[in-house]
Design a protein around this ligand. Structure first.
Ligand code: ATP
Ligand code: MG
Length: 474
């Protein structure tokens, strides 16, 4: 009851505030932020700016996380100082960005992004034919800056000096009600920047917030606008989504909203095949678990997993058309990587990591002679092996192969020799639960392709680009 009353009071106040362009101000007892969750460097930046006579606040996702009692992973600062003025105050500060300049302030390895309040001039800003804002780089007041932000919960300002939160759009109320609400008219905001639709999905899944109906309603219809966004930006946002620690929930939500079509072509098809679905689900679960355990996740591994069943399908098609196993796999990889670059600008390094991981897979089936020891030396072995285990876990290939490799990987020299001599292939080794394992054995038994492309290193892409593995898996 009391909660309801507070919400009511705050609600009315915030509506009034919106009209007046003045924020609701909350003191420490009202917002309950634990100042220990703040980074010293964030306080250092705001106090330096304030001592020089400027306004400065922690803003955006960091305030949202502080209000949720979560330690923010990074801190963004908003100020009325211009980038030049900010730069002058810090020893290691760099102005970056063409579209809109921001300042990166560094303390050791810690990077803080300092942004000058942005103005709301989108009505006059240049746009593409679909209404997407192309350039928009005017400075403005704090109220304007708040209005330009995406969601009410991302548009609050915290001043560490007096511990006040400034809330222009009823964000505190939405945080308490666990609601994701876009600021302004949803259709207009998605048109200006379709990436906001992906952000809705990410925040809803990550924070377990519900999407306010008006915020959610236009997404299904407007989803195709994602196609007009530069691929590099879509990639950045997809990566954030996949690395959020809630990748599985995010992808499920993407499907629900019909947003997956434009993002990873054929992902919908993959998800509808039982084996593909299981594989992607396992891959995302393990990614989420790694993030929660504070481990790194390699984007190459992630995308290699998401697209593996497409590779399998094409690999099969090339072999059916008479290609030999290894070249067929490379052709399939080429096709899949090419088809992605249009919508999702996979960076070259990520593409080459993906190719390495895929190309290593048939090599796991050779368990005689020196082949296993050689494979173990591959710089991306760990990623390829983790990938193999996923294939086993999903039922695509026989679990016995994974178990053998685990034993081999963990053994000393002598036991490795025993393992090789006891390797049951080519006749044994299990029949493979899925068709893929059986299919793969067919051509290999003929003893061809051993010296084929991808027989070493697995990183060649036919373009003269020598393999550029450099770990990153663990
Ligand atoms: P995370 O914790 O995942 O970093 P975040 O909210 O900090 O979440 P960022 O991408 O770091 O997300 O953006 C920082 C802030 O910038 C947001 O909180 C929001 O206020 C604003 N912002 C970011 N992207 C957009 C956008 N596309 N449209 C409007 N505002 C945005
Ligand atoms: Mg952030």
């Amino acid at each position: 009851m009391i909660k309801k009353l507070i919400r009511k009071i705050l609600g009315t106040k915030s509506k009034a505030a919106r009209d007046a362009n003045t924020p609701v101000v909350l003191g420490p007892e009202a917002h309950g932020i634990d100042p220990r969750l703040l980074s010293n460097n964030a306080v250092r930046v705001t106090s330096t700016l304030q001592e020089a006579g400027y306004e400065a606040f922690v803003v955006g996702g960091a305030v949202r996380d502080l209000l949720l009692g979560v330690k923010p992973k990074d801190f963004d600062i908003a100020t009325n100082a211009t980038p030049e003025q900010v730069k002058r105050l810090f020893r290691r500060a760099f102005i970056i960005g063409k579209r809109f300049q921001i300042v990166h302030v560094m303390f050791g390895n810690d990077l803080l992004e300092v942004t000058t309040f942005r103005g709301t001039t989108s009505a006059n800003a240049p746009k593409d034919e679909h209404g997407r804002v192309l350039r928009d780089n005017t400075f403005g007041s704090q109220a304007e800056d708040a209005e330009r932000r995406d969601f009410t919960i991302n548009a609050m300002y915290y001043n560490p000096a007096n511990q006040q939160v400034l809330d222009y759009h009823g964000g505190i109320e939405d945080i308490r009600a666990k609601t994701l609400r876009i600021i302004g008219v949803p259709e207009a905001r998605y048109r200006e920047d379709p990436v906001r639709m992906l952000r809705v999905v990410r925040f809803a899944a990550k924070l377990k917030f519900s999407i306010e109906p008006e915020t959610g309603a236009p997404i299904k219809v407007m989803a195709p606008l994602i196609n007009n966004v530069p691929a590099a930006r879509v990639f950045d946002e997809m990566l954030k989504l996949l690395m959020s620690g809630h990748a599985l929930a995010c992808l499920q939500q993407l499907r629900k909203e019909g947003l997956h079509h434009g993002l990873l072509p054929l992902l919908d098809v993959v998800l509808e095949q039982p084996l593909g679905f299981k594989f992607v689900t396992l891959a995302l679960e393990s990614t989420d678990a790694r993030i929660h355990a504070g481990k790194t996740v390699s984007p190459g591994f992630l995308f290699a997993s998401l697209l593996w069943h497409q590779v399998l399908e094409k690999w099969e098609a090339y072999r059916a058309a008479g290609e030999q196993t290894i070249p067929a796999l490379h052709l399939a990889a080429d096709d899949v990587l090419d088809s992605q670059t249009e919508k999702l600008a996979l960076q070259r390094k990520i593409g080459s990591d993906m190719r390495d991981i895929w190309a290593m897979q048939p090599r796991f089936e050779r368990r005689t002679g020196k082949a296993p020891a050689k494979l173990l030396e591959h710089q991306r072995f760990r990623a390829g092996y983790d990938f193999l285990l996923l294939r086993c876990a999903s039922g695509e290939i026989d679990a016995e192969i994974g178990e053998w490799w685990t034993a081999f990987y963990e053994s000393d020299e002598a036991s490795r020799e025993d393992l090789i001599s006891s390797a049951s292939q080519p006749s044994g080794g299990g029949s493979g639960a899925g068709g893929a394992a059986k299919r793969k054995r067919g051509p290999r038994r003929g003893g061809r392709n051993r010296s084929g492309r991808g027989g070493e290193g697995g990183g060649s892409d036919g373009g003269g680009d020598s393999a550029s593995h450099d770990g990153g898996g663990d």
